[in-house]
Design a protein around this ligand. Structure first.
Ligand SMILES: Cc1cc2nc3c(=O)[nH]c(=O)nc-3n(C[C@H](O)[C@H](O)[C@H](O)COP(=O)(O)OP(=O)(O)OC[C@H]3O[C@@H](n4cnc5c(N)ncnc54)[C@H](O)[C@@H]3O)c2cc1C
Length: 536
């Protein structure tokens, strides 16, 4: 069991000791915590919200890349996304994730997840209802003796004198104090960054993990694949895009928008939204199927019922909400099959890590993210527990705070996190900057983001009641800068990254783009390994 709470005198903090600290309590974090605990580690999990109901999965239904162990079916599953992903996937990783996901989903069934039974009596295991799934994961996590700190956002990592990660600190929002956890390994599972776009489940996902890890020296990969936009009714935050395959899309005057209903139709919708309102109607759903859709995704229909619109028979205004890296594929770079990052003692899982290894440059949904979250969580949890064991006793280890911006006093200058957040959103939301990318828009945008960074970097430490917002704001600025630097470095169109001046895929750029740095953001390239796919 964990050692008891020790209140450190005068600091207003509670201190804990653990072998493994998991930051984030979505699917990736809970799988990681359970796996580490099952290997005998003393584990603490800290979540910004309430573990089990926060994050992108909890309020949604997610498809899962669950493919039975049949060579042909697996081959087809891997091949089906190669083109979309721009041939950046790695077959070894896809095999591993398919194997791991198959085992994990079957374990969920054994632990009581209520998978539906189809008309032939088969258990359907390729999708999960977020609330039931995450309720079960929370229970599993507690039963594994993991100490869960709810409403306890991490603010910064701790490192030892070799630079290895040695814990983290954060806030206990409901108690009004701070927590400090000294740990031998830390798993970053804080999800992606959706820039507070109001997309369902994304309101706590501000890229905090990227910032904390970068402050400790970690780098990132695939950050150009960060411009996932999803369709939502304009009076709703639900971004369940699947249903729109049965929709007609119209301009204000009722005329059909050409190409909007096709695969890749989102760009037609985005172009139309740049000049006026766009409407949708789910008029291609057979009457007999309407009740099934309602049953499958009740939360999709709630906002319609609230405003009295029948989406099957009436048209309604829509918008595109930015989901950034949540349904993009960029994140912390994984350096080996244990999901280690480039910093000793720090592992990454789920949307906090890059998903290029199985998705290449495109997800947009379609079950890979859910499979990645449970698989990478499992590997990171196992490796973090093993790392802690190898490290042995660390009682004499001196630890230092790795965080910078908004945490340490610098000058008497101040910044307003709400206004600065709005300024970042003005750079990343507009389609003309982030969807239809050009150097003409990206370069000045990056300049403005760099200036925002300088401003907050030289500002005074934020007050206690503002510090979380200030750190989130810093994380979003940092994320946007890595995104746009990487987008400028990829002078082609590949995966979800589209450059208007370079509309084609260029075989000479069949590589990964690494990025990092805080005051000075840099990019570099890495080759796609020999066991990955051959470029077309
Ligand atoms: C509407 C929607 C539908 C989707 N549908 C699918 C689908 O059908 N199939 C699919 O594969 N994927 C889908 N996805 C993507 C999928 O939900 C994510 O890939 C998955 O949730 C990632 O899990 P995670 O644990 O990494 O992150 P999350 O589930 O987002 O969890 C991250 C957790 O980290 C916590 N956190 C954040 N910052 C901090 C901090 N500073 N300190 C402590 N904790 C922190 C958050 O509170 C949260 O609990 C969908 C996403 C959305 C938004």
């Amino acid at each position: 069991m964990l050692s008891g709470e020790v209140i450190s005198e005068g600091s207003g903090s509670v201190e804990f000791d653990a072998d493994v600290l998991v930051l984030g309590g979505g699917p990736a974090g809970t799988w990681a915590a359970c796996t580490a605990a099952e290997r005998g580690a003393r584990v603490i999990l800290a979540d910004k919200g309430f573990c089990g109901s926060s994050g992108a999965t909890a309020p949604s239904g997610t498809g899962v890349w669950y493919i039975e162990a049949d060579a042909e079916k697996r081959e087809a599953a891997m091949a089906s996304r190669e083109v979309l992903g721009g041939y950046l996937q790695d077959r070894l990783w896809m095999h591993r994730v398919l194997d791991r996901t198959f085992d994990s989903i079957n374990l969920l069934a054994a632990r009581g997840y209520p998978f539906p039974i189809d008309a032939n009596g088969h258990s359907r295991r390729n999708s999960l209802q977020g609330p039931e799934y995450m309720r079960l994961m929370r229970r599993q996590t507690q039963e594994a003796s993991v100490l869960i700190l709810d409403h306890s956002p991490a603010l910064e990592l701790l490192v030892d004198d070799t630079g290895a990660v040695a814990g983290a600190t954060g806030l206990r929002r409901q108690r009004g104090d701070n927590w400090v956890v000294r740990a031998k390994s830390v798993i970053m599972a804080t999800g992606g960054c959706a820039f507070l776009s109001k997309a369902l489940g994304c309101n706590l996902l501000t890229g905090d993990g990227y910032l904390m890890a970068a402050e400790a020296g970690a780098d990132l990969s695939g950050m150009e694949f960060s411009n996932a936009y999803a369709i939502s009714a304009s009076f709703s935050s639900v971004t369940k895009t699947l249903f729109y395959k049965w929709a007609s899309f119209t301009y204000e005057n009722g005329e059909i928008i050409p190409g909007a209903g096709s695969q890749g139709g989102r760009s037609a919708i985005a172009r139309a939204l740049m000049v006026g309102p766009v409407y949708a109607q789910l008029d291609q759903v057979e009457p007999g199927m309407q009740a099934t859709l309602r049953l499958a995704q009740p939360n999709f229909f709630l906002p319609f019922d609230r405003v009295g619109i029948n989406p099957f028979t009436q048209r309604f205004p829509i918008t595109l909400l930015l989901e950034g890296t949540v349904r993009g594929t960029g994140g912390l770079r994984i350096t080996d099959e244990t999901c280690a990052t480039s910093v000793a003692g720090l592992f990454a899982a789920g949307d906090a890590a890059t998903r290029e290894l199985i998705c290449g440059g495109f997800t947009g949904g379609g079950s890979h993210n859910a499979a990645w979250a449970m698989s990478s969580g499992y590997w990171a949890g196992a490796a973090a527990a093993d790392h802690a064991k190898q490290l042995g006793t660390t009682t004499k280890r001196q630890v230092f705070r790795a965080g910078g911006v908004a945490l340490r006093s610098r000058t008497k200058a101040s910044f307003n996190p709400n206004e600065t957040t709005k300024a970042v959103q003005d750079e990343v939301f507009p389609f003309k900057r982030n969807y239809f990318r050009t150097a003409d828009q990206l370069v000045p945008s990056l300049d403005r983001l760099n200036k925002l960074w300088q401003t907050i970097n030289h500002a005074d430490a934020a007050d206690r009641d503002q510090v979380l917002r200030a750190r989130e704001c810093a994380a979003m600025i940092a994320t946007a800068r890595w995104m746009y630097r990487s987008a400028l470095a990829r002078q082609e169109s590949r995966g979800m990254h589209r450059r208007e001046e370079f509309p084609h895929q260029d075989h000479k750029q069949h590589h990964y783009i690494t990025t990092g740095g805080l005051d000075d953001v840099w990019t570099g390239t890495r080759p796609v390994l020999a066991h990955a796919l051959q470029d077309a």
